[in-house]
Ligand binder design. Sequence first.
Ligand code: ADP
Ligand code: MG
Length: 261
Amino acid sequence: MDMRHHLEQNLRSLRMPGILDNLNTRLAQAQASDIGYLEFLSLLLQDERSQRDNNQVRKLLRQASFGVEKTLEGFDFRFNPTAFPQSQIRDLATCAFIDMGQNIVLAGPPGIGKTHLAKALGHEACRRKRHVLYKNVYDIFTELARARTDAHYERLLGRILKSDLLILDDFALRKFDTKEVEMLYSIIDARDDTRSVILTSNRPPEDWLGVFPDPVVGGAILDRLISGAIKMIVTTAKSYRKEGSKSELDKKEEITHTSKR
Ligand code: ADP
Ligand code: MG
């Protein structure tokens, strides 16, 4: 058996596809320059490591169930700079809030970028190897109810309870019924205040109590979710749905104007 074949076999059985995929490039690089043995080995191991990291992040992103993924790279900070200051969002993107078990509340009118930001922060958390789950809050109840009979229920509940960051989108959009409140309470309780939640809502937090059938239970849930949370409560901001596409057009026109000059 020739050496190359033997090496490839070993790399396969040791599950090191990162080295296998980059072997030709690294060999060519080594032959073309005078890199030492140690550097050559180090580069190959780095290739393996980057590939494993990428795979891990891809898996975390898949498990987060973002649907349409949103990123900070795709967020135009100039659009609503007062509502969502770039420096504050960049701080949140470091995920220090997750390490501290802090929650985030993003509330304000529709279309201003709350869901985008929540997903983008979730994306950053995945990049930093945290387990994230994104759900419309009302979908949690229907999905759990639908899956109640099989192992799918346990798996879904496990992910809801154990994720480092749970994103509950569209909180307080409509009234919760008693069963939903029971479920929500047990979820919040089991997550133990040490795992972070991001809540987004089109309603201001002072209206949230009104969506609970029992104000005492509602108060207890809200207290756990909101007290100590990082709050970004927006009263006035532009809707990207209404104006975003227009501003994209403006930008394109500006570019054409500049290029004509
Ligand atoms: P909300 O959750 O506040 O109702 P979304 O986050 O769903 O609003 O935003 C509506 C649409 O506008 C989405 O497609 C989102 O990606 C886009 N959007 C909102 N704000 C921005 C922004 N600042 N930069 C880029 N896209 C944005
Ligand atoms: Mg939204």
